[in-house]
Design a protein around this ligand. Structure first.
Ligand SMILES: Nc1nc2c(ncn2[C@@H]2O[C@H](COP(=O)(O)OP(=O)(O)O)[C@@H](O)[C@H]2O)c(=O)[nH]1
Ligand SMILES: [Mg+2]
Length: 382
């Protein structure tokens, strides 16, 4: 048996050489795709290597004899063509699987690929992480791809850019009405408590609290505490009449927060009740509250259901998840401005006005030991 390796630019070329040298009876033993030249396996030329063998002790004329004697079901020529087809098919399937494996492993050069994995590990979707790494690849010269600091800086700058749409409450009229909506348990009431306390106690603004949440006894109790904190009883508004009354009473307030009961995005009646409620309340800002502990797919479903009512996002429970990367996808896919970030249960401390830099910090997991600063909303509400 003679075994020989043939190299060509493509399968046809390598097979052509085999056929010419070893004849049509050659058997394919192994195929391989490899890169020649280049750098780090990149920019090299793709070549095909096929290892073929032939039984050289039997003259090819003799080999054909038994086929003739055995009266094959089809002419010998046709059988040979089929064998060739089968061999080419084998080569192509092997190469295809090699190619798929290679693509999976080497979407980017090694150091960038490691960053890609890191970003996906932080909860950013594969698609968005690839977009980010592609930007690093274009922006940084190749010799910096394994410099952590350089890559991190570009990534951070890109993430900050994606998160640039932030906007808190602006007190540009009187009263400004802010409603918080979203599924149950995401932190709507707690966030209202934090905002109301901050505006009323620290910024000395006149604030009223209204609620449409009469579903749970605990909800009323929770709100009552926040009402006590700001020195104003909470008003319950469940229909246009008592809402109008409350509005007359609080017409001189600078800020009115409206709490809603958690609405299941999968419950049609809940959704239309909420839409109906908002149609007569007509808030200036309607903030959809999303929790970082909810997985990305669910966050996007929730957004789809609430989007026509929402003007802003509030992202909560950033302290509970070590994989806050999904908020980048949420921000990119929703396009809504992010107003506030919350990261703990403590009222009024664990809230801050969203900024692109803070969001990037959470996404990259840099805010674990974040120190809460005073005057959080000093820049807004003027
Ligand atoms: N860890 C953490 N818990 C929060 C945060 N915001 C709210 N919570 C908690 O989440 C639970 C539900 O909050 P709540 O305000 O009642 O949610 P609502 O149903 O949307 O009004 C409560 O136990 C809150 O203390 C946050 O930023 N971080
Ligand atoms: Mg609530």
């Amino acid at each position: 048996m003679r075994i020989k390796r043939y190299v060509g630019d493509n399968v046809a070329e390598a097979m052509g050489k085999i056929k010419r040298e070893l004849g049509p009876d050659a058997v394919i033993l192994h195929t391989r795709k490899f890169k020649e030249g280049g750098f780090w396996g990149f920019f090299g030329k793709t070549r095909i290597e096929i290892t073929a063998a032939i039984e050289d002790s039997i003259p090819s004329s003799k080999k054909e004899e038994p086929i003739k004697k055995a009266e094959p079901p089809m002419p010998a020529m046709e059988a040979k063509t089929q064998v060739e087809f089968a061999q080419i098919y084998k080569v192509l399937t092997e190469l295809k699987s090699d190619l798929v494996k290679q693509e999976e492993q080497e979407k980017f050069p090694k150091p960038l690929n490691n960053w890609l994995k890191d970003l996906v590990g932080k909860g950013i979707s594969q698609e968005l992480a690839e977009t980010l790494i592609q930007e690093v690849r274009q922006e940084l010269p190749m010799n910096k791809w394994d410099e952590s600091e350089a890559v991190r800086n570009v990534l951070k700058e890109r993430i900050v850019h994606f998160c640039r749409n932030t906007q808190g409450i602006v007190l540009d009229k009187r009263p400004v009405i802010v409603a918080l909506i979203g599924p149950t348990g995401v932190g709507k009431t707690t966030t209202i408590g934090k905002l109301a306390a901050d505006y009323s106690l620290f910024q000395k603004k006149s604030v009223a609290l209204l609620t449409a949440d009469t579903y749970r006894v605990a909800a009323a109790e929770q709100l009552k505490i926040f009402g006590d904190i700001i020195g104003n009883p909470v008003e319950i508004v469940t229909n246009p009449e008592n809402f109008s009354k409350a509005m007359v009473k609080h017409k001189d307030k600078e800020l009115i927060f409206i709490d809603t009961s958690g609405r299941s995005p999968h419950h049609e009646i809940h959704m239309s009740e909420l839409e109906n409620f908002l149609s007569w309340v007509k808030p200036d800002l309607t903030m959809l509250v999303l929790s970082a502990t909810t997985n990305l797919a669910d966050q996007l479903i929730i957004f789809e259901r609430f989007k026509k009512m929402s003007t802003h996002l509030v992202l909560t429970k950033l302290d509970e998840s070590l994989h806050n990367g999904s908020i980048l996808d949420v921000v990119v896919k929703t396009g809504l401005p992010v107003a506030y970030l919350t990261n703990g249960q403590s009222v009024p401390d664990n809230i801050e006005a969203a900024t692109p830099e803070k969001m990037a910090g959470y996404i990259l997991g840099e805010n674990c030991n974040y120190e809460w600063t005073d005057k959080r909303f000093a820049a807004i509400g003027k």
